[in-house]
Design a protein around this ligand. Structure first.
Ligand SMILES: [Fe+2]
Ligand SMILES: [Fe+2]
Length: 342
C-alpha cells in the first residue's frame, strides 16, 4: 500500500474507514508502510515479534562466538567470524525496522535486559563441542530459514524487506554448518561420533523453534489474518522435518527419533512427540544457559556504553558544524542579494 493512497483515502474518514483501507490493502497483498494507518494491535504485535526476532539475532551470537578462538583452522575461524557478524547485522536491520513503528532500540533493549521481552529459547542451550557449530548452522539456521522465508512476504514493508537480505545470509549459515558436519562425519570415528552427538542434542530443540502446536499458539491466528505470518507453526515444523531427513542421509548421520518415518498417505514424515514440558521450562528461564546469556548481554551493553556516547557526541558535533556552515552560507547569500538590490 502506498502512503499516499491510504492517507488520502482515509483522510476525511473515521476509524472505520481507515480500517477498511487497511483491510483492503492486506487482502490485496499490498504492503503496509510506516506512514500508513494501521490498527494499534497490528503495530504492537509487529513490534513484539520484530523485537523478539532482533533479540534472538544478537543473543544468538553468544553460543557460537564462544568457539571463535578455538576454531580448528584459519578457514573455519574466518567463516565463523563472518557468520557471527552477520547475526549482529540481522539484529541491526530488525531493530531499525521496529523503529519505523515508533519504538526505539533503547526501549527494546531495556525490555530484553529486564526480562520483559524474550528471545528464542534455542540459544539457552550450551555449545559443548566444535561439532555444535555445525549442528547450529545446519539445524538452527536451517529452522530459522524455514520460518523466515515466508516472512519475506509479510504484510509490513520494512520487516519484509529486512527479511530478504537476512534469508540470503541465513542460507550461507546453513550451508557452512552442513559442510562442517559433513567434514566431521567423514573424518575419524571420534569426529563422526562428535558430529552425531551434536545432532542428537540439537534436533529436538530445533523442532521446538517453530513454537507450540497450532492449537496452543497464542498469537498465530491473528498474525495469519494480518498476513504477518503465512503458515502455521505445525506446517513449518513439518516442512523442516521433511527437508532435514534427506540432508541427514547425505551427512551420514541419524536423527534421534525412532518414530521418524515416511508416511505415504500424508506425503510427509511422521515424527515422535516433542517434549513440550522442556520447552515451557526453558521459556520460563530454567534452561541450561538462560542466566549466563542475559548476564553476558547486560555486561556487553554496559561495556559498550562509551561507544554509544562517543558515536552520539560525534554525530552532534557534525550536526552543529553542518547547521553553522548552512547558516553562514545563507547569511552570505542574503548579504550578496542585498548588495545586488542596492
Ligand atoms: Fe540471523
Ligand atoms: Fe544465522
Amino acid at each position: 500500500m502506498t502512503g499516499v493512497t491510504a492517507t488520502a483515502t482515509a483522510a476525511a474518514g473515521t476509524d472505520a474507514s481507515y480500517q477498511a483501507v487497511f483491510d483492503a490493502a492486506v487482502a490485496a497483498d499490498e504492503r503496509i508502510e510506516p506512514r500508513d494507518w494501521m490498527p494499534e494491535e497490528y503495530r504492537s504485535s509487529l513490534v513484539r515479534q520484530m523485537a523478539q526476532h532482533a533479540h534472538s539475532e544478537i543473543i544468538g551470537m553468544q553460543p557460537e562466538a564462544n568457539w571463535i578462538t578455538r576454531a580448528p583452522s584459519l578457514r573455519r575461524k574466518a567463516i565463523l567470524m563472518a557468520k557471527v557478524q552477520d547475526e549482529a547485522g540481522h539484529g541491526l536491520y530488525l531493530y531499525s525496522a521496529a523503529e519505523t513503528l515508533g519504538t526505539g532500540r533503547d526501549e527494546l533493549l531495556d525490555k530484553l535486559h529486564s526480562g520483559r521481552q524474550k528471545y528464542s529459547s534455542i540459544f539457552n542451550y550450551p555449545t559443548l563441542t566444535w561439532a555444535d557449530v555445525g549442528a547450529i548452522g545446519w539445524l538452527v539456521d536451517g529452522a530459522a530459514i524455514t520460518n523466515q522465508v515466508p516472512l519475506c512476504r509479510c504484510s509490513y514493508g520494512p520487516y519484509a524487506r529486512a527479511m530478504v537480505r537476512i534469508c540470503k545470509e541465513e542460507s550461507f549459515h546453513q550451508r557452512q554448518g552442513y559442510e562442517l558436519l559433513l567434514a566431521l562425519s567423514q573424518g575419524t570415528p571420534d569426529q563422526h561420533a562428535m558430529a552425531q552427538d551434536a545432532v542428537n542434542r540439537w534436533w529436538w530443540p530445533s523442532l521446538m523453534m517453530f513454537g507450540p502446536p497450532d492449537d496452543e499458539s497464542a498469537h498465530s491466528a491473528q498474525s495469519m489474518t494480518w498476513k504477518i505470518k503465512r503458515h502455521s507453526n505445525d506446517e513449518l515444523r513439518q516442512r523442516f522435518v521433511d527437508i532435514a531427513v534427506g540432508q541427514a542421509e547425505g551427512l551420514g548421520l541419524t536423527l534421534p527419533d525412532p518414530e521418524l518415518r515416511w508416511n505415504e498417505e500424508r506425503g510427509h514424515h511422521d515424527f515422535g512427540p516433542i517434549d513440550w514440558t522442556e520447552f515451557w521450562e526453558v521459556l520460563k528461564g530454567n534452561g541450561p544457559c538462560n542466566e549466563q546469556r542475559i548476564t553476558q548481554r547486560r555486561r556487553a551493553h554496559e561495556e559498550g556504553a562509551w561507544v554509544r556516547e562517543a558515536a552520539a557526541s560525534y554525530a552532534t558535533k557534525h550536526q552543529t558544524q553542518r547547521s553553522r556552515s548552512q547558516s553562514q552560507s545563507q547569511s552570505q547569500s542574503q548579504h550578496a542579494n542585498g548588495e545586488a538590490t542596492a
